[in-house]
Design a protein around this ligand. Structure first.
Ligand SMILES: Nc1nc2c(ncn2[C@@H]2O[C@H](COP(=O)(O)OP(=O)(O)OP(=O)(O)O)[C@@H](O)[C@H]2O)c(=O)[nH]1
Ligand SMILES: [Mg+2]
Length: 257
């Protein structure tokens, strides 16, 4: 990490208000089986952003949970002005995000993983860059995950840089601020890589959109478990991601992007 980035990371960001001239924000949470943490996540993010972001909405994209998540969300939706979309079938991370993007109404989307591995206060580290950038990515600094996940992610980002000619370091981050018109243009085309964000970033980069990575602290998952990176599925996940990467490269080389 650059010296300047490290210095900024040690400073507390100013907590808004968000610049109203830059437009309102739809906060989007993808959720699957997060009954132990989802209430805390929604309450903390809502308390911080509602009131400091003039034109604000909070959208939850729940997806085939088989724990208590749905009942927690039903209760919260009666108390807080939030928009909850639930699905009995699991659409998957990519499908649920695409749907959530189409439900959003504000000019900017703040799409955040719902298991509280990112603190809401770090939204303010991204906010002011809306003036100059179309996509602002929270780069996990440092990443608080098991070593094998950190190594896999480093290798994955290295391959993306090498094969797809992009300069970014943490393309599958779960903390990102995106202009809605850019999301609406690019999200429907995302199809090769199942985690959505990396492919989205690559496509946006090759379309010439302005993308910035800003370091943000990352926190270990405190409760619940991954619904994506099961160790038993790691080999297949890596295999599918690599095939996706090659397909994306093919699209770039044949100028389909
Ligand atoms: N809508 C939807 N959300 C999902 C799905 N799978 C995971 N999520 C959510 O996506 C976010 C990221 O998933 P995680 O399982 O935390 O992935 P991770 O952070 O890489 O893994 P951990 O380090 O174990 O937390 C969480 O908020 C999940 O609730 C899904 O199929 N559909
Ligand atoms: Mg997580």
């Amino acid at each position: 990490m650059k010296k300047n980035d490290l210095k900024k990371l040690n400073e507390m960001p100013l907590r808004g208000p968000a610049d109203p001239e830059l437009g309102g924000i739809s906060l989007i949470f993808p959720v699957h089986n997060e009954s132990f943490i989802i209430e805390q996540t929604i309450r903390n993010y809502f308390a911080e952003m509602h009131g400091r972001v003039q034109d604000f909405e909070l959208i939850v994209s729940e997806d085939g949970s088989i724990d208590d998540t749905k009942s927690v969300l039903e209760r919260l939706a009666k108390e807080l002005p939030i928009k909850v979309y639930m699905s009995n079938e699991r659409k998957g991370y990519q499908g649920a995000l695409k749907d959530a993007i189409s439900y959003a109404t504000k000019p900017w989307l703040f799409i955040v993983d719902s298991d509280y591995q990112f603190a809401v206060i770090d939204f303010w580290r991204l906010e002011s860059y809306r003036r100059e950038y179309d996509i602002i990515l929270g780069m996990k600094s440092p990443r608080r995950d098991p070593l094998y996940r950190i190594l896999l992610s480093k290798g994955y980002n290295f391959l993306l840089r090498l094969f797809l000619k992009v300069p970014y370091r943490d393309m599958d981050t779960g903390f990102r601020l995106i202009r809605r018109d850019v999301a609406n243009e690019i999200a429907p085309a995302v199809r090769y890589m199942s985690f959505f964000t990396a492919e989205f970033v690559v496509r946006a980069h090759h379309k010439g959109y302005r993308i910035l990575e800003v370091p943000v602290p990352h926190y270990a998952r405190k409760i619940g478990s991954t619904s994506i990176f099961y160790i038993s599925k790691l080999f297949m996940i890596c295999f599918h991601q690599f095939i996706g990467l090659l397909r994306l490269r093919n699209d770039i080389l044949s100028k389909k992007i």
